[in-house]
Design a protein around this ligand. Structure first.
Ligand code: PNS
Length: 170
C-alpha cells in the first residue's frame, strides 16, 4: 500500500540537518514530498525555485539510495493539508532538534490534524546537526565563515554567489 508523506519547510537554504531528516523519513514511506512552503512571516533569501534546485542538487550530491522515492515541490499559497490531500499524503514529517522546536511544531501538528486528519511524525534530529539552522548558516556565510560542515557544496556555492551579488549592488 502506498504511504506518502510530506516534509514541509522554508528550506532557505536546505541544511545537512534537513537532508538527514528527509533521507531517514524517505526510508519509512513509499514516497516523500519535500515541499518548499512560502512562509509569509519570513523574507526568503532564495526564491522557491532556487530552493527546490538546491534541494535536488544536494540530494544528488549525497547520492541517497536509488530506492528512495523523493519528490521536491513548492507550495506558494494555501493550506499544507490541501497539498497533502492533492498528493494523497496522510502524514507530515517534521524534524525536531530541541523542545523549542517541539513547542513551535505541536500547535501546527494539532491544527493540521483538526483540519484534515493529517498526522505529524516528529523525527528527532541527529545530534550532529542539532545546533544547525538555516538562519545561522546564512549569518556565518555572510560574515565570511566556512559553512561546508552544515550545507552541501551546491548550497555553499549559492550562498557565496548571492552574497557576492548583494555586495556588488551595495
Ligand atoms: O521552515 P519553517 O518556516 O519553520 O516552516 C513552517 C511551515 C512552512 C511548515 C508552516 O508555516 C506551514 O505549515 N505553512 C503552511 C500554511 C498552513 O497550512 N497553515 C495552517 C496550519 S499550520
Amino acid at each position: 500500500m502506498s504511504q506518502i508523506a510530506v516534509y514541509p519547510g522554508s528550506f532557505d537554504p536546505v541544511t545537512r540537518g534537513h537532508l538527514d531528516v528527509a533521507i531517514r523519513a524517505a526510508s519509512l514511506f513509499t514516497e516523500l514530498h519535500i515541499v518548499v512552503v512560502h512562509n509569509p512571516a519570513k523574507t526568503p533569501r532564495f526564491s522557491s525555485e532556487e530552493r527546490v534546485q538546491l534541494i535536488k542538487a544536494s540530494l544528488a550530491e549525497l547520492n541517497p539510495r536509488k530506492s528512495l522515492q523523493i519528490v521536491v515541490d513548492t507550495l506558494d499559497g494555501g493550506l499544507l493539508v490541501d497539498y497533502c490531500r492533492m498528493v494523497g499524503a496522510k502524514a507530515l514529517v517534521k524534524g525536531v532538534r530541541t523542545t523549542v522546536d517541539l513547542d513551535y511544531e505541536l500547535p501546527m501538528a494539532l491544527v493540521n490534524r483538526d483540519l484534515a486528519g493529517v498526522e505529524t511524525v516528529f523525527m528527532p534530529a541527529d545530534p550532529v546537526h542539532g545546533h544547525v539552522s538555516s538562519s545561522l548558516v546564512k549569518q556565518v556565510a555572510d560574515l565570511g565563515g566556512t559553512v561546508s560542515k552544515y550545507v552541501t557544496e551546491p548550497v555553499a556555492r549559492a550562498l557565496a554567489a548571492e552574497a557576492n551579488t548583494r555586495k556588488q549592488k551595495s
